[in-house]
Design a protein around this ligand. Structure first.
Ligand SMILES: [Zn+2]
Length: 167
């Protein structure tokens, strides 16, 4: 991610560490918790599929549905207390976060244009597994391809950030 300037202050160094973590790591605790929930609910999926725009974290090929699990800080979750901007080099970070958000939106748009349904789950939402399960069932429909479609919009109520999906 390039140079960050001379003598970085502690909050910048911390911000960089967090961004590297968000950028590079897979198999984070929230991701593992989400996968385990999906397995228990009977869904089958692939992870980190590189052939698709934005490398979705979870891909349900037969359903043509994909889920991203976004870190709130790196992906600038709107209205989220984790989406902070460092106090130094504020313009640099604000621009970086704006680019990240734009890239996310473009990736979602490209995947939808290919006929896929997409869903973004935010890391801060993972702590409420009951809500997440409802959200996922609403998005994916019943497990094991029973052919029954869920009511549209199920599980979306009250979420921050205005993300929506089109079942
Ligand atoms: Zn958040």
């Amino acid at each position: 991610m390039g140079r960050v300037g001379p003598a970085p202050l502690p909050d910048v160094a911390d911000a960089i560490r967090r961004s590297m973590r968000a950028n590079r790591s897979r198999n984070t605790a929230p991701e593992l918790a989400l996968r385990s929930l999906l397995h228990r609910a009977g869904y089958r999926f692939r992870v980190n599929v590189r052939g698709l725009p934005g490398t979705p974290d979870l891909v349900f090929t037969a359903r043509r549905k994909a889920i991203w699990l976004h870190g709130c800080w790196w992906h600038a979750h709107p209205g989220c207390r984790h989406a902070t901007i460092p106090r130094t080099r504020t313009a640099f970070w604000a621009e970086k976060f704006a680019r990240n958000r734009q890239r996310d939106a473009e990736n979602e748009g490209r995947l939808r244009a290919m006929g896929w349904n997409t869903l973004v789950i935010w890391e801060c939402e993972i702590k409420d597994m009951v809500a997440i399960e409802a959200l996922i069932r609403g998005f994916l429909g019943l497990a094991r391809h029973t052919g029954v479609r869920p009511a549209s919009g199920a599980g979306q109520a009250g979420r921050k950030g205005g993300h929506s999906f089109i079942p």
